[in-house]
Design a protein around this ligand. Sequence first.
Ligand code: GZL
Length: 308
Amino acid sequence: FGLALAGCSGRGGHDGRTVLGFSQVGAESEWRTANTASIKSAAHDAGIDLRFSDAQQKQANQISAIRSFIAQRVDVIAFSPVVESGWEPVLREAKAAHIPVVLTDRAVDVSDPSLYVTLIGSDFVEEGRKAARWLLQNTPAGDGPVDIVELEGTVGSAPAIDRKKGFHEALAGHPRYQVIRSQSGDFTRAGGKEVMEAFLKAEGKRINVVFAHNDDMAIGAIQAIEEAGLRPGRDIKVISMDGVKGAFEAMMAGKLNVTVECNPLLGPQLMQAVAAIKAGKPLPRRIVVEESVYPMESAAAAFPTRKY
Ligand code: GZL
């Protein structure tokens, strides 16, 4: 009889466990791989029945996955939206089905705040400001131009929009610093390398700094800089974000100057939010993950402590 009760709402797994449907962006970067591992291990530790879908960076696949979770009548839906716009219709369907939605990592642009319970993730605008502050504090004195090229993340994604915003905002009062070219490398190593090759062809030795929205694109850019016969980290400063292992290895090799940490290990916070929802407890609209900045000089000491 107890089992029947557990399933009486037509919700939850047949064994009475909480069922969480999760739609992931894809597997485009080391950050994303670590984020997925954190979500899967935290669900396992929490005894939550996780239904996981990888959208291969396509919004249409995420929308289909969310519709499938609605059809399965899961208890909670969570997802990391690949881009900010285009979510109202499917989120209204989840609301109509009385299934609460949690956002992780990236935000959505919706007019109705009731379409999701909370957003668990980093403050990308602040991450952009941190990158600019490092540059302002680590450029040799003088008045010569500091010409920057920018490798942007996925077009229309919250991290790409907000990191750019924070970076440019923090440099606004410093005309010496100019972003002379900016283009998306879609958060991948291949994308970063390809765009950096084009920047080097177009601008050559004029480039002083690369600002990459994530470490994977920075690592691709480093390869392009070396293939052009220049020394990344010295001839061209490289500023990046995420703080994945590949970035620490590049810093220890003297090829990356700094990475602004963006913590992917939000699995436990997501499961706590799911438990709170199931228990009918209120949640803050925004749960921010804590993170710091790792310059090259700190890489060797920090590397053994890194968890992703
Ligand atoms: C940031 C996350 C970004 C990472 C990239 O929270 O959305 O997407 O910075 C990842 O590495 O692809």
